[in-house]
Design a protein around this ligand. Structure first.
Ligand code: ZN
Length: 383
C-alpha cells in the first residue's frame, strides 16, 4: 500500500512559516495562511523544523527524510504529513495537470490562491473548477442583483440566467455598476448581459424580462439546468416572492439565496435556504414574523397585489427608499462570498444555520439574526 511518505510534497506558496526555537529540544512551528490569516501551530522536535525547511517536492518525503540523515519514527512522520496535508499547509506534487486550462489559470490565479487557503477539502484549482461548472439564476438585476452577477462573473461562474422586467433609467446610474449614460432606456437584462460578456466572453447567459408574481409559472420561468436561485427582486414584496420560490425549489433540492429587496435591506445579507439542511422558507418567514410582529406590518401571501401600485415595474416605484452604491456593494459582496462558499462546499457537511446579517452603519456593528426551524414543520422539522 502506498504511504503518504511515498508522495512528493512542498509547502504551499501561500503559507508563511514562523519557527520559535528558543526553547531547547522542542520547537514551536506556526503556519500562517497569508490569504485568510489562519494560524496553525504545532510543537515538534527540532529536526522537524529542518525537514520542513528543506521540503522541496523533488523526491518522495521518505527519500527527503533519509537524505537528511535523521531517524524518524514512521508512524509519527505519517501522522505529521497527514495532518499538514489535511490542514492544506503542504501540497502534493503530481504529474496530473491542474483541472483547468492555462489561460484560466492566468486569469484566476490570485483567486485560486485564496481558495487554496479558504477551503480545506479541495485545492484552489478544484474550487475554481466547481465555479466554472456552476449555473445560477438571479431574479432582479437591480443594485444588489446586478452586482452579485458581476462579482460572480468575475469569479469565473460558468453560466447565469438573469430575470428582470425593467429598463435602465437615469436613476439607475447611481447604483448599477453596468448603467452608463449610453444605455438609459435599455432593458436591464440586455445591458447586464453585454456587461458580463465583456468581463468574460465564455460565460453562458440566458435572459428573461418576466416579472415574478404570485401567478408566475416557475417551471417556465427558471431554467431547468440551474444549480441555485438568488432572489433580489424588490417588487412584489421580496418576502412573498421568496416564499413562492422557496416552496418551489425545496422539493427539487435546489437552494435559494435571498438578498437585497427594497425593504431597508441596504446592508444586509442572507438568508440561505438549503433543502434538507437549513430551515425551510416558511420557517424562515415565521422567524421574521415572530421577531418583527411589534413593529412591522405583516402580510399574507394571498394579499400580494401589484395592481395597487401605479406601475409595478417602473424603476422609480420606490423612489423614496434610500440607498447608495456603496451599501449595495456591501450587500452583494456578502452574498457573493456566501454563494461561492456554498458552491464549493456543497458536497461536504454544510452548516445547518441560516442567518440574516445586517451591518448597522450608525453603530459600526454587524448583527446576525438566526432562522429557526419549527420542530413540527412537515417540510424541514424534526419529525
Ligand atoms: Zn420548515
Amino acid at each position: 500500500m502506498t504511504s503518504i511518505l511515498d508522495k512528493r510534497f512542498r509547502i504551499k506558496d501561500s503559507i508563511d512559516i514562523y519557527i520559535d526555537d528558543r526553547v531547547e529540544e522542542r520547537t514551536k512551528i506556526q503556519f500562517y495562511k497569508i490569504n485568510t490569516r489562519e494560524k496553525i501551530s504545532i510543537t515538534a522536535d527540532r529536526q522537524v523544523t529542518e525537514v520542513l525547511r528543506r521540503l522541496s517536492g523533488v523526491a518522495p518525503v521518505q527519500e527527503e527524510l533519509n537524505e537528511l540523515g535523521y531517524t524518524f519514527d514512521e508512524v509519527e512522520a505519517i501522522n505529521l504529513f497527514t495532518f499538514l496535508a489535511q490542514k492544506n499547509v503542504i501540497e502534493e506534487i503530481t504529474k496530473t495537470p491542474p483541472p483547468i486550462n492555462n489561460h484560466l489559470i492566468d486569469r484566476y490565479l490570485r483567486q485560486i490562491n485564496f481558495f487554496d487557503n479558504f477551503f480545506d477539502h479541495v485545492t484552489g484549482y478544484e474550487a475554481q473548477n466547481k465555479l466554472l461548472n456552476t449555473k445560477l439564476t438571479i431574479i432582479g438585476a437591480g443594485a444588489v442583483g446586478s452586482n452579485i452577477a458581476t462579482q460572480l462573473t468575475r469569479a469565473g461562474l460558468g453560466a447565469i440566467q438573469i430575470i428582470d422586467p425593467k429598463e435602465l433609467s437615469e436613476g439607475s446610474i447611481e447604483r448599477h455598476s453596468f448603467a452608463t449614460r449610453l444605455n438609459i432606456g435599455v432593458p436591464k437584462v440586455t445591458a447586464l448581459k453585454e456587461h458580463l460578456e465583456q468581463i468574460n466572453p465564455e460565460i453562458r447567459i440566458t435572459t428573461s424580462r418576466s416579472l415574478l408574481t404570485p401567478t408566475t409559472n416557475l417551471d417556465a420561468l427558471i431554467d431547468e439546468d440551474t444549480d441555485l436561485v438568488i432572489n433580489t427582486a424588490d417588487e412584489p414584496y421580496i418576502g412573498h416572492t421568496s416564499t413562492k420560490l422557496g416552496r418551489y425549489l425545496w422539493p427539487k433540492q435546489l437552494p435559494l439565496y435571498v438578498a437585497g429587496g427594497f425593504d431597508a435591506h441596504h446592508m444586509s445579507t442572507g438568508e440561505f435556504i438549503i433543502p434538507g439542511i437549513t430551515p425551510c422558507i416558511d420557517c424562515c418567514s415565521n422567524t421574521f414574523r415572530e421577531a418583527l410582529k411589534d413593529w412591522k406590518p405583516t402580510y399574507a401571501s394571498d394579499q400580494i397585489n401589484t395592481k395597487s401600485r401605479p406601475n409595478p415595474i417602473a424603476e422609480d416605484s420606490f423612489q423614496s427608499i434610500g440607498g447608495s452604491y456603496a451599501q449595495s456593494l456591501f450587500s452583494s459582496s456578502h452574498a457573493s462570498i456566501s454563494i461561492i462558499s456554498f458552491i464549493i462546499k456543497k458536497d461536504k457537511n454544510l452548516p445547518k444555520l441560516s442567518k440574516r446579517g445586517e451591518y448597522l452603519i450608525n453603530h459600526g456593528t454587524m448583527t446576525w439574526f438566526a432562522m429557526q426551524k419549527n420542530e413540527k414543520c412537515n417540510v424541514c422539522g424534526i419529525l
